[in-house]
Design a binder for this molecule. Structure first.
Ligand SMILES: NC(=O)C1=CN([C@@H]2O[C@H](COP(=O)(O)OP(=O)(O)OC[C@H]3O[C@@H](n4cnc5c(N)ncnc54)[C@H](OP(=O)(O)O)[C@@H]3O)[C@@H](O)[C@H]2O)C=CC1
Ligand SMILES: CC(=O)N[C@@H](CCC(=O)OP(=O)(O)O)C(=O)O
Length: 341
């Protein structure tokens, strides 16, 4: 094993993706946690992570520090990598500060994922203040952009729904099997996808199974941009804690045969965190709490239905962020992930 030892800071460590990432870092042979931060006003400041997440026990007996001016000085001195597990606009403002210190930044939000400033206005509701960094950011879709991720100073870790959709669709696009029609993606996410903060939509008594964000969800341009194909994406919130399942409806080009589709997926056959299921269809149960992407498909004539499942907090957030950090250190991207399951 290479002699790598990187000190990692997590900002937003009390949130669902931040705590998951802290737990992965604490167990990783080449990384150590050098600081876990929350906002200056946080109700959780100075609590320990294990107080909030007792399931992690002493492993995360580390304090949640407020991100004060002094904290920035500490981070400048101590950290190699900074992971932002914060809301988009918080990440947009924080990233340039850490980049100016020369840190490598791994942003789990959507703040640096899209190429177009106009898309930020339309889908995120703000005008992007740092187009220079937007241009520099590399998209953190580990299996598809490893070389760029390994060199980048700013990695915009891919979104949860896009991670599932892109791994399911890019093999078909790359093999030129998709007809021109829009691809239709129906997705269901568990409630941890909405983060830890309280809101009426995620209240236990309110959660059911319901669609949201029709035509305007911010993951529509993210999937289209990195697939190079139009998609109609509809997310749903389901009444379970974690996991994403997407059912994807595809019109294939004329004459495309099932063996050609099977062959297209072989591009992912050697990826340690991707499990190709063929005609066996994935479910949330087989991926929840695990770092994998499960992909299954069935074809009838020129219609293809692909079903893909991931855990939103692992492959959809913290697990993929860890893959990107591994790539930045020339480690195997699954280091600290695969052996644990
Ligand atoms: N949950 C998921 O499945 C996924 C989430 N993401 C993205 O990752 C990011 C985090 O998501 P998630 O973990 O769900 O969010 P949470 O709401 O669970 O956590 C947000 C964290 O940010 C902290 N925080 C808020 N404001 C600030 C600030 N100004 N400075 C420092 N820390 C701050 C919060 O603590 P406090 O408010 O107490 O300060 C908390 O620790 C988001 O951008 C989300 O879109 C990406 C993929 C999947
Ligand atoms: C269930 C739920 O609310 N999910 C979130 C998406 C999860 C997420 O955090 O989005 P990013 O991957 O872009 O960061 C949503 O639809 O806004």
């Amino acid at each position: 094993m290479m002699n790598v030892n990187k000190k990692v800071v997590i900002v937003g460590a009390s949130g669902y993706s931040g705590a998951e990432l802290a737990s992965l870092i604490a167990k990783h042979p080449n990384f150590s946690l050098s600081g876990c931060y929350v906002s200056e006003q946080s109700l959780d400041k100075n609590k320990s992570l294990s107080q909030l997440y007792p399931e992690h026990g002493v492993l995360l007996d580390t304090p949640l520090l407020p991100l004060t001016e002094h904290a920035f000085l500490d981070i400048n001195e101590q950290a190699d990598f900074v992971c932002l597990c914060t809301d988009h606009q918080v990440s947009v403002e924080l990233a340039p500060k850490f980049l100016a210190m020369g840190k490598k930044v791994f942003d789990l939000s959507g703040g640096y994922r899209l190429a177009s400033s106009a898309d930020y206005e339309q889908y995120y509701g703000f005008s992007h203040p740092y187009p220079h960094w937007l241009e520099q950011a590399e998209y953190g879709l580990a299996e598809w952009n490893a070389q760029a991720i390994s060199q980048a100073q700013l990695v915009a870790v891919a979104g949860c729904y896009p991670t599932a959709a892109l791994n399911a669709l890019k093999p078909l696009k790359q093999a030129d099997l998709l007809a021109d029609q829009q691809v239709i993606i129906n997705a269901v996410s568990g409630v941890t996808g909405a983060g830890r903060k309280a809101s009426l939509n995620t209240h236990f008594c309110e959660v059911s199974l319901a669609p949201y964000g029709l035509f305007k969800h911010r993951h529509t341009p993210e999937i289209s941009q990195y697939l190079g194909h139009d998609v109609l994406f509809t997310p749903h919130l389901g009444n379970f804690a974690r996991g994403i399942l997407e059912t994807i409806y595809i019109q294939l080009k004329p004459e495309v045969t099932p063996p050609q589709v099977d062959e297209a997926y072989q591009v992912l056959a050697d990826e340690p965190l991707i499990r190709l299921k063929g005609a066996q269809l994935p479910s949330i149960k087989s991926v929840a709490g695990q770092p994998f992407v499960d992909i299954g498909w069935q074809q009838q004539g020129q219609q293809l239905i692909v079903v893909v499942a991931i855990d939103n907090l692992l492959k959809g957030a913290a697990g993929q962020a860890l893959q990107c950090m591994n790539l930045a250190c020339a480690l195997n991207s699954e280091q600290g992930l695969k052996g644990a399951w």
